[in-house]
Design a protein around this ligand. Structure first.
Ligand code: SAH
Length: 235
């Protein structure tokens, strides 16, 4: 059962959850299920799997690095990891960004319904990252399952203040991808400071968070348009 899996899993990860979190995870899960009938938000494999592979996987990020202040979840889709993090830490100032209108409408509805207000923004990361309202305004950017790290860094790093960090949620076998992204991380003002691994409780799935500190401003010519990011990744 979802409530038990999350409570037990969070405690196995050493992460405390506030009162009311279990009910909110339940409410969020039901909303995801309902929305999935209309559009494919995220692969939902049943309650227990969703609790582990989506919710606990997201909560685990709290154990990987300092997460406080203003957060942006880039390519949040149905709200992962952003909604799961906001339920665990309601004090976070959470911005959920996605390029798809119907997903953002869903997130707006769900987060206000659950009493965990988030700023839900529809737009493309590579465009908003050039706007003064968003550029270098966040303490933390986080992202899961959006793009390969060399491209993803160009989407996410522009949002982060110097002194903040970008947390990339990746699979255990991402050594090559992380190495390949080295020049991009460097050029965008970052420094890979840690790779935190965890096993999702109740599974044997190992996941990791690449922790990238922002140590310098991102040069003005980044982010580029998506076509350029993909065609000519930073080398
Ligand atoms: N993070 C979620 C969703 C992953 S699917 C999860 O882990 O379940 C990838 C999402 O990223 C999609 O919803 C897509 O609309 C969004 N996306 C892809 N490229 C984007 C971009 N350049 N700017 C904003 N959103 C983007």
């Amino acid at each position: 059962m979802l409530e038990k899996i999350i409570a037990g899993g969070a405690s196995a990860l050493g992460i405390s959850l506030p009162d009311g979190a279990a009910e909110r995870y339940r409410g969020y899960f039901e909303a995801l299920l309902g929305a999935n009938r209309d559009f494919n938000l995220t692969a939902i494999e049943g309650e227990d799997e969703a609790a582990r592979l989506h919710l606990l996987d997201s909560v685990a990020v709290l154990g990987a690095a300092k997460i406080e202040g203003g957060i942006i979840d880039v390519g949040t889709g149905g709200g992962l990891p952003g909604v799961a993090l906001k339920i665990a830490r309601p004090e976070l100032d959470m911005t959920l960004l996605d390029a798809t209108e119907k997903k953002v409408a869903f997130l707006d509805r769900v987060t206000s319904g659950l009493g965990i207000p988030c700023r839900c923004v529809c737009g493309r990361a590579e465009e908003l990252g050039r706007e003064p309202e968003y550029r270098e305004r966040f303490d933390v950017a986080v992202s899961r399952a959006v793009a390969r790290l060399n491209s993803l860094a160009e989407l996410c790093m522009p949002f982060v203040k110097v002194g903040g960090r970008f947390l990339a949620m990746k699979a255990a076998d991402s050594d090559g991808e992380i190495e390949e992204a080295g020049p991009a991380i460097d050029k965008l003002g970052g420094r890979l400071s840690d790779i935190r691994e965890y096993t999702i409780p109740g599974t044997d799935i190992v996941r990791r968070v690449a922790v990238i500190e922002k140590i310098a401003h991102t040069p003005e010519n980044y982010p580029r348009r998506w076509a350029a990011i993909q065609k000519r990744p930073i080398k």
